[in-house]
Design a protein around this ligand. Structure first.
Ligand SMILES: [Zn+2]
Length: 432
């Protein structure tokens, strides 16, 4: 049994700091092997490919050993920037925050050994009752040509894990159920998770092999719209993807990654205008933007926020704030602060992408890159994205009945003050 934090009773909604994008995987629930295979394929195609060509060209063209050495150090410098991915994180290994192969290896290693408690305590520190989060499930197995034999067992473990988290951290952990259209009886599963098991919203991950507007998801969107269940959707060119569904002759990676474009949500947001949709990662190209590159996905996300009143976007896995070059950091925060102070500023959500973020850095490193006093955002700006906006996205000022129903069944001493008032408006004696 987890002991409730000491100041739980006095906790108000105003106190909360909500991480709107995180995961609580470890190897018990996450298909580590499939994930690693996807990473390797990505490096082989996108990153090792050009790197191998660059090395071959260097060896062929260099006239002297010194030439090789100089060329190699230039390549190495470029790699530190480029090959860790579009984010361009460029930190010394001693700073513990470099991305790329070593960190994915460290990440996979930590997933293999991490206990549920390790993972949770980084997200929901026992001495910080104000920290809240929305752990997002993932259904990687539904996207694999041949799901591993233990897939069903891991899926159940992932469900149980999130459900237990919701009960043990009432009002602090709001899990999102992963809805993949290939899962049989999908609506039944969503309803069960969101009405009986403490799940709060739904996670959609189009690169796992489907369009956002897939007709098999319409009844899920409709249910979520009617029952005020927020939906978080993966919208970034970086991530995992299915090896299925690509038309003949089309590279499955290119085909599936393209499904994550923010503009693909236009038909869904038009058909279900009351649905709260978080376009996670805000297009995923903020780092490219700071380096002066084109970023059509970011432009699309901004456009969507202007166009649809119930569209949001989170800053999870935005690694520019970790960049060694202060100019990159400054450019990133200039743009983010402008956005937060603009008419779409009430749509920006705080998010980290922990534990996937662990391929780059620890939760606290990421947080302190954004939050005052050390981070790039002011007190008001960080509060806006980590409290005001998430409260609206999650309907927390008037929590949905289905969630309050789940809360009423929990031991009252484990429920934070603000939520107790919402669940029992006239005091404990009025308990239904
Ligand atoms: Zn994520």
């Amino acid at each position: 049994m987890v002991r409730p934090p000491t100041n739980l009773e006095s906790l108000t909604l105003d106190d909360l700091e909500i991480d709107c994008h995180c995961h609580v995987f470890n190897a018990r629930v996450f298909p580590v092997e499939a994930f690693l295979r996807m990473c390797l394929r990505r490096w082989a195609r996108d990153e090792l490919g050009p790197a191998a060509r660059a090395i071959a060209a260097l060896i062929k063209n260099a006239r002297t050993l010194t030439g090789v050495r100089e060329g190699a150090s230039l390549l190495l410098r470029d790699w530190q920037r480029e090959w860790v991915g579009p984010a361009g994180v460029d930190l010394a290994p001693s700073q513990g925050s470099q991305g790329g192969a070593n960190h994915v290896a460290a990440f996979v290693g930590s997933m293999l050994v991490a206990s549920d408690e390790d993972v949770k305590s980084e997200l929901l520190p026992p001495d910080a009752a104000e920290r809240a989060c929305t752990p997002l499930m993932m259904d990687l197995d539904s996207a694999l040509r041949e799901p591993p034999p233990d897939a069903e067992e891991r899926w159940q473990a992932q469900l149980d894990n999130c459900s237990r988290l919701a009960a043990e951290h009432a009002g602090r952990a709001f899990p999102f159920f992963a809805a993949h259209p290939a899962r049989p009886n999908l609506l039944g599963r969503v309803v069960d998770a969101l009405t009986r098991r403490g799940f709060y919203g739904v996670k959609i991950y189009p690169p796992l092999g489907h369009e956002p507007d897939d007709v098999r998801l319409h009844e899920v969107y409709q249910w979520c719209e009617r029952h005020r269940a927020p939906v978080t959707v993966h919208c970034s060119p970086v991530g995992v993807w299915s090896d299925l569904n690509a038309p003949t002759g089309v590279d499955p990676m290119r085909h599936n990654v393209a499904l994550a474009q923010p503009a693909n949500w236009r038909p869904v947001c038009s058909k279900f205008p009351q649905l709260h949709v978080n376009l996670a990662h805000f297009g995923g190209q903020w780092e490219a933007e700071t380096l002066g590159r084109d970023c059509p996905w970011l432009d699309q996300a901004v456009q969507m926020l202007h166009e649809f009143p119930n569209c949001f976007a989170d800053v999870s896995y935005h690694c520019a704030p970790l960049h060694a070059n202060p100019e990159v950091r400054d450019a990133y925060f200039r743009r983010l602060r402008q956005t937060i102070d603009s008419p779409i500023g009430d749509k920006v959500l705080w998010g980290t992408d922990y534990i996937i973020l662990r391929t780059r850095c620890r939760h606290d490193e990421f947080r302190s890159a954004f939050a005052p006093p050390s981070g790039g955002l002011g007190e008001d700006q960080f509060r806006r994205i980590s409290n005001h906006n998430p409260r609206r996205f999650l309907f927390l000022d008037d929590p949905p009945d289905r969630y309050l129903h789940f809360i009423r069944a929990l031991p009252p001493e484990t429920v934070p003050g603000w939520l107790k008032h919402a669940a029992h408006p006239s005091g404990p004696s009025a308990r239904r």
